[in-house]
Design a protein around this ligand. Structure first.
Ligand SMILES: Nc1ncnc2c1ncn2[C@@H]1O[C@H](COP(=O)(O)OP(=O)(O)O)[C@@H](O)[C@H]1O
Ligand SMILES: [Mg+2]
Length: 253
């Protein structure tokens, strides 16, 4: 039996910033259709890992592969092509607050649209029906023409998800997408994300502050501590002991 090719692969990746070593010698493969959670204390390298996976950051050492292409060694043109196939959702939504929702949803298409079409779309919304459909799927169809900053946090994160739906990427990355939301809204947004990726057969890599959400909504959990992988296990194998280890302070010396 041959395994499918990995959708993402890190080979001995180290990420050094000015004063900190964010990731140390990480080797990792993520396969199509997986739902992978990244967990660990803050400052352990979760966001750095997500930025490496979507090519916004190039590794100081090692190789990053996504969708069969090297992000660390390919041309920037090739990298942009791969990036179009990867959708990312952030904790702070990254929406243009002062624009109507429809523009933020259709921003998911900007990678495919010509400059002219993108410019025109700011004056006259284009592809209204497709935007409406995406908004319907995330449960807020009535907000199409609302100004984005009039929406609640939960609704804004739904807009960000609708934008990713419009992009229609192969993989969705999410960096603590529910950390600004209260517990109930967090579960709602997680349930929505899981339903969508499952339905569309996408791959999901998501960093989460909450271990409970990771266990409930993902199949595989990668625990990061001090920039290294402490464990990489199926969700059902997560034990209290592993969680203790994950948050244990580093011994001095
Ligand atoms: N752009 C950056 N410049 C300098 N240091 C950074 C940068 N991004 C992250 N770091 C550092 O790298 C480490 C890992 O950060 P990060 O990936 O944001 O962790 P997490 O998302 O798990 O909280 C931290 O020590 C952080 O201060
Ligand atoms: Mg982070």
């Amino acid at each position: 039996m041959t395994l499918p090719a990995p959708l993402f692969e890190l080979r001995q990746v180290t990420q050094q910033f000015d004063r900190s070593l964010a990731l140390r010698n990480i080797t990792l493969q993520i396969f199509p259709g997986e739902r992978v959670a990244l967990v660990g204390s803050s400052g352990t390298g979760k966001s750095t890992l997500i930025q490496l996976l979507n090519g916004t950051l190039l590794p100081s050492q090692g190789e990053v592969w996504a969708l069969g292409h090297s992000l660390s060694q390919g041309s920037s043109r090739q990298r942009r092509q791969v990036q179009r196939q990867i959708g990312t959702i952030y904790q702070q939504f990254h929406l243009v607050d002062t624009l109507p929702v429809i523009h933020n949803v259709n921003a998911g298409r900007l990678g495919q649209w010509s400059f002219f079409k993108a410019a025109v779309s700011l004056l006259y919304p284009l592809e209204v029906e497709a935007a409406a459909k995406a908004l319907h799927r995330v449960g807020i169809p009535e907000k199409l023409y609302a100004r984005t900053d009039q929406l609640s946090g939960g609704q804004q994160q739904r807009v960000a998800i609708a934008r990713v739906l419009r992009q229609d990427p192969v993989a969705i990355l999410a960096d603590e997408p529910v950390s600004s939301l209260d517990p109930e809204l967090s579960r709602e947004v997680m349930a929505l994300l899981r339903e969508l990726v499952q339905e569309m057969g996408k791959t999901l890599v998501i960093s989460l502050h909450s271990i409970e959400l990771a266990q409930q909504y993902c199949d595989r959990i990668i625990g990061l501590r001090d920039g290294t992988i402490l464990f990489d296990i199926p969700s059902f194998a997560l034990s209290a002991e592993r969680i203790r280890d994950l948050y244990r302070l580093r011994e001095p010396g």
